[in-house]
Ligand binder design. Sequence first.
Ligand code: AHR
Length: 489
Amino acid sequence: MYKLVINANEKKSVINRNIYGHFSEHLGRCIYGGLFVGEQSDIPNVKGMRTDVVNALKNIKAPVLRWPGGCFADEYHWKDGVGPLEGRKRMINTHWGGVVEDNSFGTHEFMELCAQIGCEPYVNGNVGSGTVQEMSEWVEYITFDGVSPMAEWRGKNGRTAPWKLKYFCVGNENWGCGGNMRPEYYADEYRRYQTYLRNYGDNKLYKIACGPNGANYEWTDKFMEIAGKYADAISLHYYTVPGEWKSKGSATDFTTEKYYQTLHKAFKMEELISNHLQIMNRHDPAHTVDLIVDEWGTWYDVEPGTNPGFLYQQNTMRDAMVAALTLDIFNAHSDRVSMANIAQTVNVLQSVILTDGAKMLLTPTYHVFDLYKNHHDATLLGSWLETGEIGEGDFNIPNLSATASEKDGKISLTITNLSATDTADMECALVGAAAGAVSGRLLAGKTDDKNDFDTPDTVCIKPFNNITSTADGIRFTLPACSVAEITLG
Ligand code: AHR
């Protein structure tokens, strides 16, 4: 029997709903075919956006969507993607498969997609191959309400009123695909670029700087020293790669040891966030700069027979476990982590949705986002969780992970049993609250269970009924490899 204590009297930070954010890049079939099919398509769409995908993202209350990259952002020239379709320039997507990008999905289409989903847009600007003027004019084009060359051009292109835009990032991975810069150089460039990102009218930008790659602590240190005071947040990127970059392993065919290696690597997110925050705090004791993690997720070898430049991978219960434990880490740090964006929304890396022509399926990872949606903007509660050690070979991890939060008088608990083989009997005590009405939902399966286009509902959420009340809380048994959402009160 494992014990969990939830203290409803210990109210911690508010869990920013943007922690449950998404990322869409012009990469493989993420945008084209995944989110956008064009108005002429036979696939049901509204103004070119896939209705099935938009509805699925609405269901998980996707709060924010990052675009247009990724590495693509630093070779994207936004002016090529506005205006009449026939006149839009074609370019080579040199990062991702060398395919032709016809720019039919541009700024207007992105803002339309966000409006349909009901999420905040998050735009990533081009530092690597762009100019200060180009970036500055993008913000003017999107947000300026008045007489100006960009506002006038926007009007000619069919949109008179400005949009609201809060989240804007100055470059992507400028330590790598975004220009191979040294931190000192990027920090100076950041200072210059951000100067010309203006707040027009009552639109107030939240300026995000390119942050570190994984454990590159020098990047954080130098950036914060030189430019920290000009940023609202810096963005960390960390992918869970179970193996070497050259042979990451299959998304679906893996041993139990590989399963534990993957989760072991995913747990590294805790160490990275803690260490980067410590460095940031040294330069910013008042905590004015947030940490966001705008790329995270699993990265395996591409599905056999698919374009290696498209990064298309399947998704199993192993990915659901990675999602759950990572979201728990973000929730636990929600006093400083203000946003996170899983990579990527559709058909790329740890997707929540896969499509094949007109067909669409929801991945196990999607269902975790569904189970966690009560945590959006809820108050994190203090909790204590007893865990055991599980694993194989060199890869030992705790068997359980959880988040408890409170919103509108209800307590939401999400709890994950990471064991590939063993059930976990749980005794949960509530302090400062009564259990009241209890309901539950459960996602469970074998570690390599997945949904495919022939059997899209192999892994899906089911009611979780075997929860019994006790004198001071509840008792239940979690199946192996499962995530439960329990609502109390
Ligand atoms: O998500 C795929 C790529 O991973 C992104 O384009 C880049 O930012 C990162 O290296």
